[in-house]
Design a protein around this ligand. Structure first.
Ligand code: DGP
Length: 138
């Protein structure tokens, strides 16, 4: 896609610090890293959202994920690692080309501040069952 910054990175029209590439995907250092080693993995074919990936495209992309995570783990020995996809602007997606973040974690103050506020009082077992009935995985 002509106006996509990640497509331009994949094509080599915009510089990036590559850590991995194969036929289907490209991984590079995030220029706005949240922590040491913060890396992005993208499909070479332009897809905006997770809903747009075919099963094969997803399989090809995600098959690289353990290799990248293991390499980061070996290089930096973090205490943990978050794999994250911001899917849609309201979910924090700022670049419209699907990407998976690899965010190595080093403890308090490492730059990653997601706080989960769980709602188990609102979503009782009955309510969860009701919601599950509305979901059809095709
Ligand atoms: P998100 O907010 O989930 O869409 O994340 C987009 C990420 O992409 C963000 O962490 C910063 C990174 N990013 C944006 N532009 C560039 C770029 O030109 N080069 C690199 N390496 N990363 C970029």
């Amino acid at each position: 896609m002509t106006n996509c910054i990640f497509c331009k990175i994949i094509a080599g029209d915009i510089p990036s610090i590559k850590i991995y590439e194969d036929e289907y995907c490209y991984a590079f250092m995030d220029v706005m890293p949240l922590s040491k080693g913060h890396t992005l993995l993208v499909p070479k074919t332009h897809r905006e959202f997770v809903y747009d990936l075919s099963a094969d495209e997803a399989a090809n992309l995600f098959s690289a994920a353990p290799k990248i995570a293991a390499a980061l783990n070996e290089a930096f020995e973090p205490e943990g690692m978050n794999l994250l996809n911001n899917n849609g602007a309201k979910a924090g997606q700022s670049v419209g080309h699907f990407h998976l973040h690899f965010i190595p974690r080093y403890g308090a103050g490492d730059g990653f501040g997601a706080k989960w506020m769980t709602k188990e009082k609102e979503f009782t077992t009955e309510r969860l069952q009701e919601l599950a009935g509305q979901i059809t995985v095709k």
